[in-house]
Design a protein around this ligand. Structure first.
Ligand SMILES: Cc1cc2nc3c(=O)[nH]c(=O)nc-3n(C[C@H](O)[C@H](O)[C@H](O)COP(=O)(O)OP(=O)(O)OC[C@H]3O[C@@H](n4cnc5c(N)ncnc54)[C@H](O)[C@@H]3O)c2cc1C
Length: 401
């Protein structure tokens, strides 16, 4: 594998750089400015619209779906270049681009693709993901929210949890149990739901940071037209796998390198002797090697996807490598900044941002698949090690206690 740009890739990178230089600064947020959730989402929509108009929305998505039909490497190049700007990217755009579009693209019908994909690429639809429940997180197939067919509709009752940005979302991707007589992975069906429908009660969860990025979502006698079912009845688990693959492959996409700027910071603030210290050199060398390793793993798996290969459980490696690396790199940066990093304030936006990112990095060890669960999957499906005991796997769901 050659990690240098080919002439075509270098030309693409140059075009991307020019386009970003002309458009991104107007959408970038000055450091330290606090925005309401509504303002953040409005800015996210505007940036997405600019990308669409510029021909940079859905770079690797096939043209037939409204994307650019570009290569995985073009997607990586764009993400790398975009990461130089503080443009509004967040779960409010990532769920639509990385989860809703792939599942509708793969399991939906033509009418659904025409209705949702382009509008999402244009930033007109903000999505949320309604998967987790109080008794279904790592063990997602244990979910209890149920849907019962009633004429042309399905009637849904249950509770979802940790629904990121559901309070600002226009549509949600939802998985529910439609046949409790089947084993837990088999009786599930997948829908898209209009978040303005009667019967949806979104209640924010207040986080330790003071923000409320995610919610409890109660679904009470919610009616969903059968036309909003994605895939066949009972195909919900396959749809979830497509979503989780998109979520894991997207983890850390275009995230900026942390270690080289840290070395520059240490050189500038602690003097050259610090970097001559063997222990410091070892810590930086190891962190840099691991950060690069995670980046190249991402490029390798994206290349597999662009060739039409299914990375399967390897997608979890991207997420695992990114989340663990990110937390360790930010921890190292916090250490080198000393007490000032802990007591950061609005007077020092750069350190405040580092502090925030450091605290936030711990959630990435859980969201989208916890470390332990991903390690289990890699052990079983990639390394061929013996599987976990799953005594409930083949028992009808309604017979489980
Ligand atoms: C920031 C954030 C945003 C999120 N956004 C969304 C969202 O938008 N929509 C949504 O549906 N969900 C969302 N989630 C939920 C997320 O998917 C779950 O938190 C995750 O799947 C873990 O489930 P859980 O929290 O129920 O933990 P549990 O499954 O209860 O796990 C608790 C601990 O037990 C460990 N564990 C569990 N099973 C095993 C096992 N078999 N072997 C070894 N260890 C195990 C886990 O690794 C973890 O450490 C979000 C979570 C976070 C943190």
């Amino acid at each position: 594998m050659d990690f240098n740009d080919s002439p075509e890739e270098a030309a693409y990178r140059a075009r991307v750089r020019d386009w970003l230089a002309a458009h991104a600064p107007a959408h970038a947020l000055a450091e330290g400015v606090a925005l309401s959730d509504k303002e953040q989402v409005a800015r996210g929509r505007a940036w997405q619209r600019a990308l669409y108009d510029g021909g940079y929305a859905g770079i690797t998505l096939p043209r037939a779906l409204g994307g650019q039909g570009g290569t995985a490497i073009e997607g990586v190049i764009f993400a790398e270049e975009e990461a130089r700007y503080a443009v509004p990217r967040g779960a409010y755009t990532a769920i639509g681009l990385g989860m809703a579009i792939p599942v509708i693209g793969r399991h939906g019908n033509d009418e659904q693709r025409a209705r949702f994909v382009e509008a999402t690429l244009k930033g007109e639809i903000v999505w949320c993901q309604l998967f987790s429940e109080p008794s279904a997180g790592s063990d997602l197939a244990n979910l209890r929210t149920k849907a019962v067919r009633d004429g042309d509709d399905w009637v849904v009752n249950g509770q979802k949890l940790w629904s990121s940005w559901a309070h600002e979302a226009d549509w949600g991707i939802l998985v529910v149990r439609t046949d409790p007589r089947l084993p837990k992975h088999k009786g599930l069906t997948f829908f898209v739901i209009d978040m303005a429908s009667p019967g949806i009660d979104v209640r924010p969860i207040r986080q330790i940071s003071g923000a409320s990025d995610f919610n409890e979502t109660f679904l009470v006698d919610l009616r969903i037209p059968d036309a909003n079912r994605i895939g066949a009845e009972g195909e919900g688990w396959a749809c979830c796998m497509t979503v989780l693959m998109g979520e894991r492959l997207g983890s850390g996409s275009g995230s900026k390198g942390r270690i080289e700027p840290l070395i520059d910071y240490v050189a500038a603030t602690s003097g050259p002797d610090t970097l001559a210290n063997e222990a410091a050199q070892l810590a930086f060398a190891q962190a840099l090697a691991e950060e690069r390793g995670a980046k190249y793993l991402e490029a390798r798996l994206r290349t597999m996807v662009s060739r039409g290969e299914n990375p399967g459980a390897l997608a979890g490696m991207i997420k695992l490598a990114y989340a663990t690396r990110q937390q360790q790199a930010l921890g190292l940066a916090m250490e080198w900044r000393g007490y000032g990093a802990i007591a950061s304030s609005g007077n020092d936006p750069e350190t405040a941002a580092l502090h925030y990112d450091y605290i936030w990095s711990s959630v990435m060890r859980i969201a989208g698949g916890a470390d332990e669960v991903l390690r289990n999957q890699i052990a079983e499906r990639v390394l061929g090690m013996p599987g976990e005991v799953r005594a409930d796997k083949d028992i009808p769901f309604d017979q489980l206690v």
